[in-house]
Design a protein around this ligand. Structure first.
Ligand SMILES: *[C@@H]1O[C@H](CO)[C@@H](O)[C@H](O)[C@H]1NC(C)=O
Ligand SMILES: *[C@@H]1O[C@H](CO)[C@@H](O)[C@H](O)[C@H]1NC(C)=O
Ligand SMILES: *[C@@H]1O[C@H](CO)[C@@H](O)[C@H](O)[C@H]1NC(C)=O
Ligand SMILES: *[C@@H]1O[C@H](CO)[C@@H](O)[C@H](O)[C@H]1NC(C)=O
Ligand SMILES: *[C@@H]1O[C@H](CO)[C@@H](O)[C@H](O)[C@H]1NC(C)=O
Ligand SMILES: *[C@@H]1O[C@H](CO)[C@@H](O)[C@H](O)[C@H]1NC(C)=O
Ligand SMILES: *[C@@H]1O[C@H](CO)[C@@H](O)[C@H](O)[C@H]1NC(C)=O
Length: 633
């Protein structure tokens, strides 16, 4: 469950500098157009076939091909084209990308400023019967590893966000790239029309949390028409809805609109003047609110405008506020502390005031709690590099590898740490070619690595021995050459690493042939769950002969009914960590079988009975003989 709250958004850069609400001075417009570089903006028209400059906004939109590998391009049904005649971003609704495959599909955004900067992110969804099924869908979107919102579309509401709000999210990512993921929750195919990222100034928003969900951003003045104000009037390309009344907004006794004609300033902020204005409660959660003011009436002799902001239920009453002519003022109560629970605010003139209060714009944000932390960034970098190096294509290898847990990548497992680590990687039969990638050595929490049955070439690299936690390494079925590094041999000798599929050049053939005569091969033997335990006791003659000691328990000699000898490795009950290793080893060994190497005959993993049963190798401790070929620990 996502905790929510609202936030005051500190508008740092002044309204007058950045938020030119009025379409005033044309030379000012012209000047801005010349310097229009949309710096740092990422603007993606999902499903579009080419990049283009959007004339309406002056924003350069890219097709999404460089941001995502999955999904298919679609166009809305022509009957909806007429909608694009309306202003603003609507050109972007024509195309979209849908994701019939996979549960999680992610866009990867790499903003220039990188991590620990503030970004505003927003997405648009317009169904427009693109699939000719007239079945608008419902799905979730995540930013990074955390839930953002549910996009719910219906035949009546084909557009998300709805017209009266433009939910965006303010996010400070912990890594240089930001994933925006669409999650199929079983209510139709996810799709997306446009995705936008805007860098924000670091100081214009409270920093004590990681993300804010936009609730409301209103330009109170302007006109009675609903109009969207964005870039270039707002350098951050926030979307401002200009409306004098909206939803719960109750302007009380709207008197005159200030006549700004005698002002000679290009920043003529149209504003409605309210005698007392009240915003009805937001309920629950945590809110941040910010009020933006700019005096647009030339001061009249003897009359001053003075007012008080009162947030009922929010424990806040401002000092009396007076405005200087054309100087913007942003008031974000409580220094960035959110209001909890419901609240309403009012702006009242003081008794000294000769003029009614004024409000130009306000913003309300809700705090989204970032419940989950992403995977350790080193592991993310390493696995991304591995994915790229071997061009691994898995539907679900998108976004964060481990988080959220229910959408983690296939063929790997992660620890349950706060910032999870990748602890196993199963890339058997995955058509990997080339050398063993050095970035594997960056996965330092790795315990199990299975690269078997690929076409890996080159040497067995020394760096594999430097993986401090590696317990099982399977390289069987590749075209590796050269000798096994001494460090690996050493690790397998001291029992800390199980090596599978490694042979020592030159000597291994004859040596193994010799060993073959000693090995007792046993075909698959299926144990029948836990009632086998008494049999294990019997087989080992009550654990009489210890033949070795492994990472998580002792190894006993056992004899099956047909007189074949087996080695039985028992998980010692005191070993808690050992159980995970035990399971992984059992899983790994079950899928690996080679006549020259020790085989897992069976295992037992139920109740008290936790044992791995191997073919038995006579002749004492084979590790001493088989350095590098290794068999069991
Ligand atoms: C506006 O003010 C007048 C008196 O000045 C009052 O009669 C009226 O009820 C007020 N309207 C609202 C909506 O409060
Ligand atoms: C506005 O500015 C222009 C040039 O700066 C000046 O000629 C004009 O008189 C001014 N108008 C007013 C109403 O102040
Ligand atoms: C309001 O402020 C007072 C004093 O600063 C404090 O004790 C009280 O807990 C606050 N109440 C709320 C709801 O924040
Ligand atoms: C402001 O006006 C509203 C509505 O008239 C009233 O409920 C509120 O108590 C007033 N607040 C202050 C601080 O005067
Ligand atoms: C506006 O607020 C002032 C100060 O709180 C109060 O005296 C006045 O009655 C209010 N006016 C309305 C219309 O609520
Ligand atoms: C990889 O994951 C897929 C999907 O869960 C599974 O079908 C496949 O067997 C896995 N491959 C390996 C080598 O574990
Ligand atoms: C494995 O790779 C080698 C060298 O790149 C190539 O000659 C061989 O055909 C590949 N084998 C398979 C089965 O893909």
């Amino acid at each position: 469950m996502v905790l929510r709250a609202w936030l005051v958004f500190v508008l740092l850069i002044s309204i007058l500098d950045n938020l030119k609400l009025a379409k005033g001075d044309s030379t000012e417009h012209a000047r801005r157009r010349l310097v229009d570089q949309t710096p740092g903006f990422i603007s993606i028209d999902c499903g579009a076939t080419s990049d283009y400059l959007d004339e309406g906004t002056g924003i350069f939109y890219k097709s999404d091909s460089g941001f995502i590998d999955t999904g298919t391009n679609n166009a809305i049904s022509p009957e909806y084209y007429s909608l694009m005649a309306s202003p603003n971003y609507v050109r972007q609704i024509k195309n979209l990308r849908s994701f019939p495959q996979g549960t999680k599909n992610c866009y990867t955004l790499k903003p220039e400023q990188g991590k620990n900067s503030k970004y505003l992110i927003r997405a648009f969804f317009f169904y427009g019967n693109y699939d000719n099924k007239n079945q608008p869908s419902k799905f979730d979107i995540y930013v990074g590893v955390n839930f953002w919102t549910t996009v719910s579309l219906s035949e009546l509401n084909q557009f998300y966000p709805p017209w009266d709000t433009f939910p965006d999210i303010i996010h400070v990512p912990l890594s240089d790239s930001i994933c925006v993921c669409l999650i199929n929750t079983g209510s139709g195919i996810p799709f997306i029309s446009a995705l936008e990222l805007r860098p924000l100034s670091k100081s214009n928003y409270p920093t004590n949390f990681g993300a804010l969900s936009f609730g409301s951003r209103l330009d109170i003045g302007a006109s009675s028409q609903v109009e969207l104000i964005r870039y270039k009037d707002d350098v951050y390309d926030r979307l401002w809805l200009s409306r004098s009344t909206l939803l719960n907004w109750v302007p009380i006794n709207t008197s005159s609109v200030i006549d700004t004609h005698d002002s000679n300033d290009s920043y003529q902020l149209p504003a409605q003047v309210f005698e007392n204005c009240t915003y009805n409660p937001f309920n629950g959660g945590k809110y941040y609110v910010c009020f933006h003011f700019a005096e647009i009436a030339k001061p009249t002799q003897g009359k001053k405008r003075e007012f008080i902001i009162d947030v009922e239920g929010g424990n806040y009453t401002s000092e009396p506020i007076t405005l200087e002519y054309l100087k913007p003022l942003s008031i974000c109560p409580q220094n960035g502390q959110p209001f909890e629970g419901g609240f309403r605010f009012s702006i009242n003139a003081t008794t000294e005031s000769g003029l009614p209060p004024i409000l130009n714009a306000f913003e309300v944000y809700e705090v989204i709690s970032l419940r989950y932390k992403p995977t350790d960034p080193r592991d993310i970098a390493a696995i991304m590099y591995i994915k790229q190096t071997y061009t691994i294509s898995r539907d679900d290898w998108q976004g964060d590898p481990c988080v959220p847990h229910q959408y983690s990548w296939s063929n790997l497992t992660c620890s349950s740490d706060d910032a999870p680590r990748i602890i196993s990687l199963y890339l058997s039969s995955s058509k990997l070619t080339g050398k063993i990638a050095p970035s594997i050595s960056d996965l330092t929490a790795l315990q199990y690595l299975d690269l078997s049955y690929n076409n890996l070439t080159g040497n067995v690299p020394e760096f594999l021995a430097q993986l401090p936690n590696l317990k099982i390494l399977n390289l069987r079925g590749n075209n590796l050459k050269g000798s096994v590094p001494e460090a690996l041999i050493q690790k397998s000798r001291d029992g800390s690493l199980v090596l599978r599929g490694l042979q020592i050049e030159g000597i291994h053939i004859s040596f193994l042939n010799f060993l073959n005569s000693i090995f007792i091969f046993i075909l698959i033997f299926i144990f029948l769950g836990c009632d086998i335990y008494p049999e294990v006791v019997e087989m080992t003659n009550s654990f009489q002969t210890i033949v070795g000691e492994g990472g998580f328990g002792k190894v006993y000699l056992g004899i099956l009914k047909d007189e074949t000898k087996v080695a039985i490795k028992l998980l010692s009950p005191s070993s808690k960590q050992g159980y995970k290793e035990f399971q992984a080893e059992a899983q790994l060994l079950m899928i690996v079988y080679h006549r020259n190497l020790v085989s897992l005959v069976g295992y037992c993993d139920e109740g008290e009975c936790k044992a791995l049963i191997y073919e038995y190798m006579a002749n004492g401790n084979l590790q001493q003989h088989l350095s590098g070929i290794l068999v069991y620990t």
